[in-house]
Every structure is written in C-alpha cells, then in structure tokens.
Design a protein around this ligand. Structure first.
Ligand SMILES: Cc1ncc(COP(=O)(O)O)c(C=O)c1O
Length: 393
C-alpha cells in the first residue's frame, strides 16, 4: 500500500478534482502539464538554483540541545524559518511561478491566511516581474498586518475577503471566483496541499525538498536517514507534506501531525479538522471537513492564522483514516507556552503555527535515544504583536 497519490489523483478515498465546469480548462491544463514540466532538466535546474541562491537552501537541520535535555530525547529542528520570507511557503511559490511561466501565464492570483503564502507569492512575482493579486480574509488582514505591508511593498494588490469567517476559507473562495473569470492568462498559486488535483500533489512535490534534505542531513549527523519520529503542524498541510514526503511509505518512521485545537477540541472554537471533520468536499477536493449535520462548513478557530482552515489536504485525510499518522490537537494556550519556551531555551522565536508542533513534547513522551525531527515551519516575526498581546510583554 502506498500513501502517495494514485494516477487518478486520490490518496485512498480522498482527493480528486470536484470543480465547477468553468474551472475545468484551467485545472485540466495544469494536470496535463505539471509532471512533464517538472521533469524537464531546465525546470529542475532553475528551481534548484533559486532554492539555493535566492531562498537560502538547504536549511539547517539543527540539534536543539537544551530542548532535547528538557524533554530527554534527541530533538532536531528543520529550520524552514530561515528561508527567505520566513517560512516554508516560498519553496512552493518558486516552483509554481516557474510552472506559470512555462504555461505562458502573465497574471498570478493567490489566497493567504497568515500572510506567509501571500508574501511568498508577492516575492516571486516581484522576482519575475509578473502582476500579483492576493486575496486575504478581513480578520487575517487585521491580525497579520506586517505581512500585508510586506505584500504591498512587494508590489502586490491585496483584496480583502469579506464573507463568512473572513479568514482563509473565504479568501480561497474569492481566489477561485477570480480564476473562473480569468481562465486564460491567470495562474492560481495555491499555498497548501489542498484544492483540486493536481494541486495537492504538485505542492507536495515542491515541498518535498524538505524531507529530501532531512534524509541526507540526518545521515551525516546520526548515520541513518530515518528518524524515529517526524513532527509537523498541519493547516492545509504543506509543510507537513514536505516533511513526510520521502518517508510516507517507510513505516519505520512514525509520523505525527499537529492540528490546532483552538480553545479546545470540544469548545466549538477549534480547527482540529481530523477529529471534528467528516468526509466532504471543499475547494475542489474530497477530504475531511468540519461541517454541520446538514453539510454547512463550520467556521474554524485558532489563534494561528495559518492553521484555522476547516479542511485538511487529502494526503493528510488519508494518513488520518489509515492510521499512518498520529494526529494530536494542541490548544492556543499550549502552543503559545511552547513557542515562548523555544525562545528561552534555544533563542529561536517560532511562528505560532510551528509552536503548535513544539507543544507535542508536553503531550507525548519520547525515549531518550529516539531521534525526533520537528519541522519549524516559520519564524515568529509576523506574530510578534500576537505574542506581545498574549503575554502582555
Ligand atoms: C509558518 C507557517 N506554518 C504553517 C502554516 C500552515 O500551512 P501548511 O499546513 O500548508 O504548512 C502556515 C500557513 O500560513 C505558516 O505560515
């Protein structure tokens, strides 16, 4: 059994492309071309050259000594926070902008929650001199103000999404609407492993550089490519997909996926999709989805703008359903505490999304000789105001 995508675009029973007819030509064009384009030597060369010299890859695999001592296990942090623009999101936007160029597109649209994907998209559009429009929920615009300013400085137009919970789901709806209206010249850079096939697979493949690097870095440091555990936070699931990618079918490696419990899984204010979700269709993909009994999407909540999405990528829905990954839900409070702990123990200020992953060490005991690799998906600069308000700094 493989946990990777099938030829038809499914992970087990999840995935596919459930799209309105008007979107079909765009998605089909991408589906027919993405693997071919990604396999071109010139594409790979350009992609890896930019990852190296522009993004700053490979990112370090850092042995966190003091954190390891505290939790009596061996903890390595994969430092995606050190990427240009401050998170893993840029790996995917570099890939997709090169894809868009080869498909002859001259206008880019994107959705963003925390703003990291919006910034990463605005960045690569500036790099390539291509027009960029970013949809962002009104609530997220308020709580991620520095990233909004960054996008504007980079030349992007930021359009607020005013419907629903005014967060990521609603921004995605607006972006899809735009794409339907601009089918020929526009490429939609989706920021996670969500959306209709081939997006979940394409984004996972661009992020797979993370686990590719973990393998060789761990071999060098520990004499083995395989950690005992991989840990990553899951919003839509792209940093997690990148962390797991090359280990999916290697069941010697345990996988832990961390979701946002918000105020608590049963509080009604949560974004723990796997526990609370049921099978449904969101943004073109069959997956686990938070919904009412009559199928209305439930508004998610998390202190972290990057994790409050009511769905999860189909790869992760399948990892949950099959039991391949262990899913742990972490509250706002526990995430914030663990984020601050990393500052004090290691001198690293993490993004609040990544802080959710860090909180696993308070919830699960590892053996002293376990090798645990945690993907530190982003840096905390964008969250400084939230940390200040929360801890009254
Ligand atoms: C730093 C960081 N980590 C994680 C995420 C969650 O996204 P994903 O699950 O696609 O990695 C985001 C989303 O904005 C983010 O900014």
């Amino acid at each position: 059994m493989s946990y990777n995508i099938s030829e038809k675009g499914y992970y087990g029973e999840f995935g596919g492309a459930y799209i309105p007819e008007m979107l079909y030509p765009n998605v089909e064009e991408l589906r027919q071309n993405y693997l071919k384009i990604m396999a071109e030597p010139s594409f790979q060369e350009e992609f890896h050259a930019l990852l190296k010299d522009y993004v700053g890859r490979p990112t370090p695999l850092y042995f966190a000594k003091r954190l390891s001592e505290k939790y009596n296990t061996k903890i390595y942090l994969k430092r995606e926070d050190l990427n240009h623009t401050g998170a893993h999101k840029i790996n995917n936007t570099i890939g997709q902008i090169l894809m868009a160029k080869r498909l002859g597109k001259n206008r880019i649209i994107a959705e963003t929650g925390a703003g990291q994907h919006g910034v990463a998209t605005a960045t690569v559009c500036a790099l390539m001199g291509i027009e960029c429009i970013v949809y962002m929920g009104e609530i997220d615009i308020a709580r991620q103000a520095p990233n909004v300013a960054r996008m504007k400085m980079l030349g992007a137009t930021v359009i607020p999404a005013l419907s629903g919970s005014r967060t990521l789901k609603d921004a995605t709806n607006e972006a899809i609407r735009d794409w339907i209206n601009n089918p020929v010249d526009t490429h939609y850079i989706i920021g996670s492993v969500v959306g209709p096939h081939p997006y979940p697979d394409m984004v996972a493949k661009f992020q797979a550089v993370v686990s590719e690097e973990i393998k060789s870095q761990l071999l060098e440091k520990e004499g083995t490519e395989n950690p005992d555990y991989l840990i990553a936070c899951v919003g839509g699931g792209s940093n997690a997909a990148g962390t797991y990618y090359h280990y999916l079918d290697n069941e010697d490696v345990n996988i832990i996926a961390v979701e946002a419990a918000g105020l608590g899984v049963d509080s009604g204010e949560s974004a723990a999709t796997s526990v609370l979700g049921k099978e449904g269709i969101i943004h073109g993909s069959k997956t686990l989805l938070m919904q009412t009994n009559d199928g209305q999407i439930t508004e998610p909540y998390s202190i972290s703008a990057g994790l409050d999405y009511p769905g999860v990528g189909p790869m992760h829905a399948n990892l949950y359903k099959t039991g391949r990954a262990e899913f742990i839900a972490i509250t706002d409070k526990d995430a914030m505490t663990s984020g601050l702990e990393l500052c004090k123990l290691e001198g690293i200020i993490p993004a609040i999304e990544s802080s959710h992953a860090l909180a696993v060490f308070e919830h699960k005991t590892f053996q002293p000789d376990d090798i645990v690799v945690l993907n530190l998906s982003g840096r905390g600069d964008k969250d400084l105001q939230n940390y200040i308000d929360y801890f009254k700094l």
